[in-house]
Design a binder for this molecule. Structure first.
Ligand code: HPA
Length: 278
């Protein structure tokens, strides 16, 4: 089946279960950030297993559910849980859910993730506005024949993360008194965490946070002309930054849930458009 047919099948299944849904903004919730979906009103839920072509997320904290509804007065489609390349999923499968959101009518997508910070001053619990990324994997979801109906073979990535959306998120952060850090997200394949030497190298290359997702989705969405914003929830200082301490996934999870409340407020404010009160 061609990718276009796969996307049509996914859109048809969603429309059959939520006939009136017309989401404008898509949101992808990263590890431990699933509780943001609780802030969505008038919700209709569709399990990924009921949407043809949607991969099953493997991380236990990922729900595997699409929630359609309203957030900050905006019609949204929220992906609770994503598949990762480190689980062995093909990148075409990893990006199919966000491509489906675009085909459903979302012209903007906010990607969120759990990430390790490369700065001691930006510790666990902080949210970081992603201003740019570095693809450290050498992988690309668009490798192979181009699907011309989705987008062009070659396309610009100089403003992958939309400047106007970044400004609105900064304003929303001010209004909600959430101290947003900012920086460059470095995509690693995982599932192993990094070595301290790798983290030092990433810092030299200009990275501010490191994680195992988001970048393939950004690439696939920019290919389709969708405006992208991304926010990292910092769950830990990166490898080697805390002497004598090792990284573990459980820590990633506890920090993630503590940040979901801030992220829900930030996104509600962002989507309400009322970002000018300080
Ligand atoms: N490295 C890679 N991915 C991550 C990390 C990290 O330190 N923390 C959360 N996701």
């Amino acid at each position: 089946m061609s990718e276009l047919h796969a996307l049509d099948a996914a859109v048809d299944a969603i429309r059959a279960r939520a006939p009136g849904a017309a989401p404008k903004v898509g949101i992808v919730l990263g590890s431990g950030l699933g509780a943001v979906a609780d802030a969505v009103t008038d919700a209709t839920d569709i399990r990924y297993e009921d949407i043809p072509g949607f991969p099953r997320p493997g991380v236990t904290s990922h729900a595997g559910r699409l929630r359609l509804g309203s957030l900050g007065g905006t019609p949204v489609a929220v992906l609770q849980g994503r598949a990762h390349a480190y689980e062995g999923h093909r990148l075409a499968d990893v990006v199919r859910p966000v491509r489906t959101l675009a085909r459903l009518g979302c012209d903007t997508v906010v990607l969120t993730n759990a990430a390790g910070s490369l700065h001691a001053s930006v510790g666990p619990g902080r949210l970081m506005l992603v201003t740019d990324h570095i693809n450290g994997t050498g992988l690309n979801p668009l490798a192979g024949a181009n699907e011309d109906a989705l987008g062009p073979r070659f396309f610009d990535m100089t403003s992958a993360y939309d400047a106007a959306l970044q400004e609105r998120l900064r304003d929303a952060g001010h209004a909600e008194r959430i101290a947003l850090a900012e920086g460059v997200y470095y995509w690693v394949l995982g599932p192993s965490f990094e070595t301290p030497a790798e983290i030092r190298a990433m810092r030299i290359l200009g990275a501010d946070a490191v994680g195992m997702s988001t970048v393939p989705e950004t690439i696939a969405l920019r290919h389709m002309g969708v405006r992208v914003a991304a926010i990292s929830g910092i769950t830990n200082l990166a490898a080697g930054m805390v002497p004598g301490s090792a990284l573990d996934h459980a820590e990633t999870m506890t920090r993630g849930s503590a940040m979901a409340a801030d992220l829900a407020r930030l996104l509600s404010r962002f989507l309400s458009g009322a970002t000018d009160e300080r």
